[in-house]
Design a protein around this ligand. Sequence first.
Ligand SMILES: [Zn+2]
Length: 252
Amino acid sequence: MKLKRYLWIALCLIALVASVLPAYSQQFLQPHIGYQVSTLGALNVGVYEGATTIAELKSHGNFGLGTLEGLDGEMVVLDGKFYQIRADGVAYPVTDNSKTPFSAVTFFRKEQSLPLTGLLTYQKLLSQIDEQLPTLNLPYAIRLQGTFPSLKVRSEPKQTPPYKPLNDVISQQQIVFELQNVQGTLVGFRLPQYFKDVNQTGYHFHFITSDSRAGGHVLDGTFINPIIDVETLQDWQIMLPNNKAFKQASLE
Ligand SMILES: [Zn+2]
């Protein structure tokens, strides 16, 4: 009788561990992995067709940035919530069945905070982060929180096929928003120069206000005493689109 009871307890414990472990390991036990969908080179030549769903992207990260099918605005991912900042500058929730042509995410785990104080321009901020990072030869996920005296962000309207190259869309159609004394979070990455053609090298940030109502791709700003949290990424995966647009694009 007693043995049977112990057996039951053991089985229950195994079942409990088995149910909790996959979610736990995904977020905490895995190495620090960055995951990107498609390449910036493909986006540059106008491959705006969705390569994967947001539901799928969620299994690779809870923090990051990107865009939606048709270059439909700027995407920000923070604390597992996916937002789309459309050309009106407003942040909308992204549905699981939406598709992304280009994005980068990770399960963000703060490893170190960088002490930067005083009033900083965007360029000064970036150069000071550069100075404090342990090496510039590894990718980083970076979260920057605070109330910012000014922030210049942009978005762009959804495109329709035949798609124009990214530079043409940005130079002709981007909408710039100048935010003042705005509280929120910059979500982004710093990637080494050897990522050239595959992703944006150096810093790339998207912004979301603390009330989750507005944001965009960060162009410029001023910063006072920002809270900067950093995670070194030891691995970087690239999901290559299995669609006609990507296969036929001129990427050579
Ligand atoms: Zn961007």
